[in-house]
Design a protein around this ligand. Structure first.
Ligand code: FE2
Ligand code: FE2
Length: 471
């Protein structure tokens, strides 16, 4: 077993990040271009002392993580985009590991970039890449290994536990706020939200996919946790640091806390509200402020949470409720929460809105109101994050099969991974995942999304499919 020194582990992230940068630049310029040479040289400079100590460096992709000489590399916000890119590039080529031996030269790396970028990404890409890399002495590659079943199960387990722990904790906090307890301790809420932040940094797509699970009976709690997750994920895309992500997550977590003052009879009313009932509903932002200020200890986080609770039904242009002066500008966190809150609300089944909208329709509605109801830049980033076909979208394929979008593909937003629900004969299918970037022998895509369908009309239990494992 290889035991990397702590120093090397610290450098591992930088090395993997720098490697991703070389490939990114190599995609734009050719391998002899000055920009590429510069990036290659700085990479060589970085790895040379490490190679001297370690003899070799193995960068391996196992499941969702890169490993550096067998030590798992944790994701960081800073490197997230490059790691994500590198992972996609590895997967597309069936590439699992790259080993740098002895001394590495600029030439070797340039040769590798050429081989890597010219290798086709369909029809046994790994075999052709392996052939091309064979001539480079200091670099070896290995095929992508399937993640061990145990790891996948563990990961699923952690995801589920974290998500449902957040839901159940929120219930406790809200319960205490409801009975008017003083000094409600948000320390635990911080811990819970921090666990969400950590998971999003590592398993963004999978945790976002959990938000597609809507619980009709526990709507408010699931909704608040979903809004928190989606807000943290959007905050991450905006480059917020961990402390800010945690603040944003808590503010989002508590945005609807004022609803504790609304009688259940109104909250769960199956028919539409009369004027008086609307009046009561519309008071929940102000009630939220009161509850937060009365029950939490006074600090910057409490004030920020109160602001978000107050502003979350306001629009970007200051319309909406409660009434604010025309010059009022929404807090940055509120601008995020107004998007994630509306998206989750529109896509959820609620008592007073019986038919939830399919995710892509909700995104379309939000985009149309950009600049008026929601921040125009943030909504674009949100749509990019959720994808053209958001996770949980129920789709019909050109093969007449039906499926649910399981995982997005940032390089091919229209070609996500699908978990099949029914075959071309309409027979139920279980545990079958298909990648829409797969091509047949004729080089054509095997499957393409033909249209999206409303899962509510088909009585599809999304959670049943989304919690399946994908190996
Ligand atoms: Fe609300
Ligand atoms: Fe809400």
């Amino acid at each position: 077993m290889h035991n990397p020194r702590p120093q090397a582990i610290r450098e591992a992230k930088d090395i993997v990040n720098r490697f991703a940068i070389i490939l990114k630049i190599g995609q734009t310029y050719n391998a002899d271009n000055q920009a590429v040479v510069k990036a290659v040289d700085s990479f060589v400079e970085m790895v040379t002392p490490v190679l001297r100590n370690e003899q070799s460096i193995v960068i391996e992709l196992l499941g969702e993580y890169f490993h550096f000489n067998e030590a798992r590399i944790r994701y960081t916000v800073q490197y997230y985009v490059n790691f994500d890119f590198l992972m996609e590039e590895f997967r597309k080529r069936g590439l699992g590991s790259i080993t740098f031996n002895d001394t590495i030269s600029r030439r070797d790396l340039q040769d590798f970039i050429r081989a890597f970028l010219s290798c086709p990404t369909s029809d046994s890409p790994f075999v052709s890449l392996k052939g091309a890399v064979e001539t480079i002495d200091s670099i070896n590659i290995g095929a992508l290994k399937q993640a061990r079943e145990g790891e996948i199960v563990d990961k699923r387990h952690t995801l589920r536990r974290t998500y449902f722990n957040a839901v159940s904790h929120l219930k406790t906090v809200v319960g205490r706020i409801k009975v008017g307890a003083e000094n409600v301790d948000v320390k635990k809420a911080r811990l819970v939200v921090n666990s969400l932040v950590d998971l999003i940094l590592e398993e963004e797509q999978m945790l976002i996919s959990m938000t597609a699970i809507k619980d009709y009976d526990e709507y408010t709690y699931h909704h608040s946790v979903n809004v928190s997750i989606l807000s943290i994920a959007l905050g991450m895309k905006l480059g917020l640091n961990k402390k800010k992500l945690s603040e944003l997550g808590i503010a989002a977590f508590l945005h609807d806390v004022g609803k504790v003052t609304i009688p259940d009879g109104i909250l769960n009313k199956p028919s539409s509200f009369d004027n008086n009932e609307w009046e009561i509903m519309r008071r929940h932002p102000e009630e939220g402020v009161k509850k937060i200020l009365a029950t939490m200890k006074m600090d910057a986080l409490t004030i920020r949470s109160a602001i978000v609770a107050y502003e979350h039904h306001l629009n970007y242009d200051g319309s909406g409720y409660p009434d604010v002066p025309e010059s009022h500008r929404l807090d940055f966190y509120s601008n995020i929460v107004t998007i994630t809150d509306r998206f989750d609300a529109m896509t959820s089944a609620r008592v007073y809105s019986r038919s939830p909208k399919p995710p892509e329709e909700a995104l379309h509605i939000l985009l149309q109101s950009a600049g008026k109801d929601v921040d125009p830049t943030l909504i674009k980033m949100f749509i990019k994050m959720i994808g053209v076909f958001p996770i949980g979208t129920f789709v019909a394929l050109d093969t007449r099969e039906l499926g649910v979008v399981y995982r997005g593909n940032s390089m091919h937003p229209d070609r996500p991974i699908i978990v099949l629900v029914a075959d071309s004969q309409g027979q139920k299918v279980e545990n079958t995942f298909v990648d829409l970037t797969d091509r047949g022998l004729d080089d054509r895509y095997r499957r393409t999304i033909k249209k999206t369908l409303d899962s509510n009309k088909y009585d599809i239990n999304l959670s049943e499919y989304l919690l399946e494992s994908y190996v």
